[in-house]
Design a protein around this ligand. Structure first.
Ligand code: PDD
Length: 297
C-alpha cells in the first residue's frame, strides 16, 4: 500500500488522500493524466511524459498546476517518501474545483494529484507465453491523442477483455483498422519482418513507449511502416505485440482466440523487449545520493 499521495502541494497519507466532491475531474472528467514508470530507481522518459502532459493541458486550455520544474521536484519527493524502486507514478491534473457547470470556471485553479503504486517487474508468464487480445469497436471521441481521464470506453473494453480471459482489447475503427489497445499501442510484424503500427494522429495516443520502440527499431535497422493495419492482417501476422509504460513490449500470442503464428512470442518482439529493458537501465537515477540516503534513514 503506498504510504504517501501528493494532493495540491501536500504529501498525505494515501489512505486519507482526497479531493473535493466538486473537482471537475470527478464530475466531468475534465482533466488529463500521465503514467511514468519508475524502473529500478529510474524515471523512464520523464521529459517525454512531461512534454505530453504539457501538450494535453494546452489542447484543453488548462494551465500547469505548478511549474514543470517544480513538478519534477514533487515527483522526486513522492518517490523519496514512498521508498519504492519500481512502480508507476500517476500524475493527474484537473481543471479544479468549482460549482458544477460545463463551461470553464472563472475562478479556480488546476488540481494536481499524484500517487505511486509499486508494481512487480515484467511477469515471466507474460514474457514466455505472451498475452491474449480481443478486438472490439472503438467507441471513443475524435481526440484520442489527448491523454484525458475520460476513459469510459477504455474501461468497458478492458473489462470485456478480462471477461473473455484476455489481457487487452484492441479497438477497431469503422473501417476495420486497429486503432490501439485500451491502455496500449498495437503492433504487428509482417511476413517480411516489417514492424507496423498505426501512424500518430488524433485517433490514437502517441505512446511514449511507442516513440522509444520506433527509435530502437531504427537503430537496429528494423524496417518500420507507420500505417494502419486491419484485424485480419493482425490475425495473419508473423508477430504481434503491444506497448505501454507499465508493460513495455508485451508479446501478443492470440487475437480473438486465433493463435498468432506458432503461438509463442515472436523473435522481434522478444528482442525489442530486451532492448527496451536496456534502454530503461540506461536512464539516470531519479534521486541523487543525498536524496537516496535521506529516504533510507
Ligand atoms: N496508458 N494508448 C492508450 C489508450 C493508453 O492509455 C496508453 C497508456 C498507451 C501507451 O502510452 P505510453 O507508452 O505512453 O504508456 C497507448 C497508461 C499506461 C494508463 O492509462 O495506465
Amino acid at each position: 500500500m503506498p504510504r504517501f499521495a501528493y494532493v495540491n502541494g501536500r504529501y498525505i497519507d494515501h489512505r486519507r488522500a482526497a479531493v473535493h466532491v466538486e473537482d471537475r475531474g470527478y464530475q466531468l472528467a475534465d482533466g488529463v493524466y500521465e503514467v511514468i514508470h519508475l524502473f529500478r530507481g529510474r524515471l523512464v522518459d520523464e521529459d517525454a511524459h512531461l512534454d505530453r502532459l504539457g501538450r494535453s493541458l494546452e489542447e484543453l486550455r488548462m494551465s500547469w498546476p505548478i511549474s514543470r520544474s517544480a513538478l519534477g521536484v514533487a515527483i522526486r519527493e513522492l518517490i523519496r517518501r514512498n521508498r519504492y524502486a519500481t512502480g508507476l507514478v500517476y500524475i493527474q491534473v484537473t481543471r479544479g474545483v468549482a460549482p458544477r457547470d460545463h463551461k470553464f470556471p472563472i475562478v479556480g485553479r488546476p488540481v494536481l494529484v499524484m500517487t505511486i503504486r509499486p508494481i512487480s517487474e515484467f511477469p515471466t508468464e507474460m514474457r514466455e507465453n505472451g498475452v491474449a487480445v480481443i478486438t472490439i469497436d472503438d467507441l471513443r471521441w475524435a481526440r484520442c491523442d489527448i491523454k484525458t481521464v475520460a476513459l469510459l470506453p477504455n474501461v468497458l473494453g478492458k473489462q470485456a477483455a478480462a471477461e473473455a480471459g484476455a489481457y487487452e482489447a484492441w479497438m477497431c475503427d469503422g473501417d476495420g483498422f486497429v486503432t490501439e489497445g485500451t491502455s496500449s499501442n498495437a503492433w504487428i510484424v509482417t511476413d517480411e519482418g516489417t514492424l507496423v503500427t498505426r501512424p500518430a494522429g488524433p485517433d490514437i495516443l502517441r505512446g511514449i513507449t511507442r516513440q522509444a520502440i520506433l527509435a530502437l527499431a531504427e537503430v537496429q535497422e528494423v524496417p518500420v511502416e507507420e500505417r494502419k493495419f486491419t484485424r485480419e492482417e493482425a490475425l495473419a501476422a508473423r508477430e504481434a505485440f503491444l506497448s505501454n509504460s507499465s508493460h513495455f513490449v508485451t508479446p501478443v500470442t492470440s487475437i480473438d482466440d486465433v493463435v498468432i503464428a506458432n503461438g509463442k512470442p515472436g523473435s522481434l518482439s522478444v528482442a525489442l523487449h530486451k532492448r527496451y529493458m536496456d534502454y530503461m537501465e540506461a536512464m539516470p537515477a531519479a534521486l541523487d545520493d543525498t536524496q537516496r540516503k535521506k529516504s533510507l534513514s
